[in-house]
Structure formats: C-alpha cells, structure tokens
Design a protein around this ligand. Sequence first.
Ligand SMILES: CC(C)(COP(=O)(O)OP(=O)(O)OC[C@H]1O[C@@H](n2cnc3c(N)ncnc32)[C@H](O)[C@@H]1OP(=O)(O)O)[C@@H](O)C(=O)NCCC(=O)NCCS
Length: 181
Amino acid sequence: MSSIRSYKGISPEVGERVYVDSSSILVGDIKIGDDSSIWPLVAARGDVNHIHIGQRSNVQDGSVLHVTHKNKENPNGYPLIIGDDVTIGHKVMLHGCTIHNRVLVGMGAIVLDGVVIQDEVMIGAGSLVPPKKVLESGYLYVGSPVKKARPLSDKERAFLQKSSDNYVQNKNDYIEDVNSV
Ligand SMILES: CC(C)(COP(=O)(O)OP(=O)(O)OC[C@H]1O[C@@H](n2cnc3c(N)ncnc32)[C@H](O)[C@@H]1OP(=O)(O)O)[C@@H](O)C(=O)NCCC(=O)NCCS
C-alpha cells in the first residue's frame, strides 16, 4: 500500500521536487507545494476537511496533521493551512489551524482548532496553543498554554528562513540518495 492514499475519490496532490518519506501516510484532500518535505512517520489525514501546505515547508518526523469537519455552527469547519517556508518540528500535533509564512513550530508542540499563527513566529518546544488563539507576527511564544515571551531578534527572524532553506537542501539530498539506490 502506498503512503499516498485517496479518500472518497480525492487524492493528495504533490508539487514539484517534494520529498514524501515512504513511511509517512497522506490521506485524501491534501495539497503540498513545490520543494516541501514530509519526513518519516508523519500522519496527515485530509478526510473531513482539507490540508494545504505551501512551498519549501517541512513537516518533521512523527508529526500528526488533522482537521475538523464542517457543521451548522461552523460551516467551514477547520481545515489545516500551512504557508511557505514553515518548519514543523519533530512530533508536533497540528489540528485545524492556520500557519502563515516563515514560522517555526517547536518539537512536541500542540496547536489546536482555529489558531492563527501570523508570519515570522517561533513557538517553543513542548508548547500548547489553545483553540482560536492568534499568535502575533515577530514574537516568540512558549509554554502550556503559550504566552508571548519576547520579540524575536533579527538573527532569529533570519533563522526562520534558514531553517526552511536547510530542509530544502536536506530533502534534495534524500531525493538524490533514494534515486541512486
Ligand atoms: C524557546 C527557545 C527558542 C529558546 O529561547 P531562549 O529565549 O533562547 O531561551 P533560553 O534558553 O535563554 O531560556 C529562557 C527561559 O525560557 C525557558 N525555556 C526555554 N525553552 C522553553 C520552552 N520550549 N518552553 C518553556 N520554557 C522554555 C528556559 O528554561 C528559561 O527559563 P528561566 O529564565 O526561568 O531559566 C528554545 O528553547 C526552543 O524551544 N526552541 C525550539 C527548537 C525546536 O523545537 N526546533 C524544531 C526544529 S528541529
């Protein structure tokens, strides 16, 4: 069985030069932009709503991505949207949230329904972001539940792009290595 599976006739759509590790599972209505990467043991289920991932973003090992269905009170439900140049650390849980560009979600973090994370935010490892919270551009957030810790330094802002660039290089190396077997 492939790690990329259709559900109710809808199959994941993967852009150019995307790395999807063969141990990860992508199901249903999922779109992944060019040069993004999905690392070992990621589970992403676009069944009761959709998952969109932008370009050059990485979802690291063991992360779980899911969505919330549409209903009368909440006609759009909560899809999961991830922008460009986003780093999702190891074993992160993302559920029905919206993440803009150049964001780093620290390893082990949990991000719940309706959360909006604006451009250039860093979330500390192990943090919990409660439902519908908006994380403001340019800040570090840490804790459970998260609190705004401090503004990001220029170096940290630059690192958000660097982290994405590093993972584009990593996935290119993996694609080359897989092709050479
Ligand atoms: C939060 C983080 C960015 C460090 O920020 P920092 O300001 O340099 O933190 P410091 O190490 O100077 O610690 C400052 C304080 O925050 C605390 N702290 C550090 N990381 C924390 C975290 N993830 N959650 C809660 N508190 C944290 C420290 O204990 C310290 O507390 P104290 O002042 O009471 O002693 C870093 O610890 C982190 O979580 N990075 C995420 C890395 C990651 O997951 N990358 C994923 C890709 S692999």
